[in-house]
Design a protein around this ligand. Structure first.
Ligand SMILES: Cc1ncc(C[n+]2csc(CCO)c2C)c(N)n1
Length: 209
């Protein structure tokens, strides 16, 4: 079993609680309450800002040109298309002020800052991999899309062949880097991965008061 599969298996209970969360169910059904969607997106705007900084560190720390270029392309996508969704969505929901980070957001910001400041490519990859793979997992359901663009576009941003290929690259990089590092390095990557999965679940929970 690959290193990434092993991490995914090790965290299966929490992972599946996140991918099957009521937020995800309601998103697919198109029934997420505007107050819930607003709380979630306002927190996610804070998350995304630091996520872009983390992608910048991955661009800097990658030890192969093909990976560096692929990460840089993805960084451009997040700063472009994804940011545009946020502007429209927050505008429609009437959210103008930046939110105060709730505990799961604070945890994520700290985890991303630690990985970024460490400059350790494997730890940076471990956070990116969870954030992207877990979202691909819930967004790739073979179900009809909700009608409201607010819900539909949030699903569409996380599925499709380009996004699946990006997650494939993160998995391949994670496996390659893990194979080239020592036990302590792999333990560190596993710790970051596990913490990120826990935070993804807590992040969905926090959208509900
Ligand atoms: C808490 C939280 N975790 C993961 C993602 C997923 N995500 C973050 S940036 C991005 C764009 C593609 O690189 C994707 C899919 C999120 N939005 N919020």
């Amino acid at each position: 079993m690959s290193f990434s599969d092993e991490l995914r298996t090790r965290t299966a209970t929490t992972w599946e609680a996140a991918t099957g969360h009521r937020f995800v169910e309601q998103l697919w059904a198109g029934t997420v309450d505007d107050a819930v969607m607003g709380r979630y997106l306002a927190q996610d705007a804070l998350f995304l800002d630091r996520f872009v900084a983390l992608l910048g560190e991955a661009v800097a720390a990658a030890d192969r040109t093909d990976a560096r270029m692929a990460i840089a392309r993805q960084l451009g996508m997040v700063a472009g298309e994804e940011n545009d969704y946020f502007a429209r969505a927050l505008g429609r929901l009437g959210i103008v002020e930046p939110a105060t980070p709730l505990p799961p957001t604070r945890g994520f910001l700290e985890l991303m800052d630690d990985a970024r400041r460490s400059g350790v490519y494997g730890n940076v990859l471990a956070v990116l991999l969870v954030a992207e793979w877990l979202y691909l997992d819930w967004a790739a359901r073979p179900e009809p899309s909700p009608r409201d663009w607010l819900h539909r576009e949030w699903i569409d941003l996380h599925r499709g062949s380009a996004f699946a290929a990006w997650v494939g690259l993160l998995r391949a990089e994670t496996d390659r880097v893990a194979a080239a590092t020592d036990d302590a390095g792999r333990e560190s990557m596993a710790g970051v991965f596990t913490r990120a999965v826990e935070l993804e679940l807590a992040f969905f929970d926090a959208a509900y008061p």
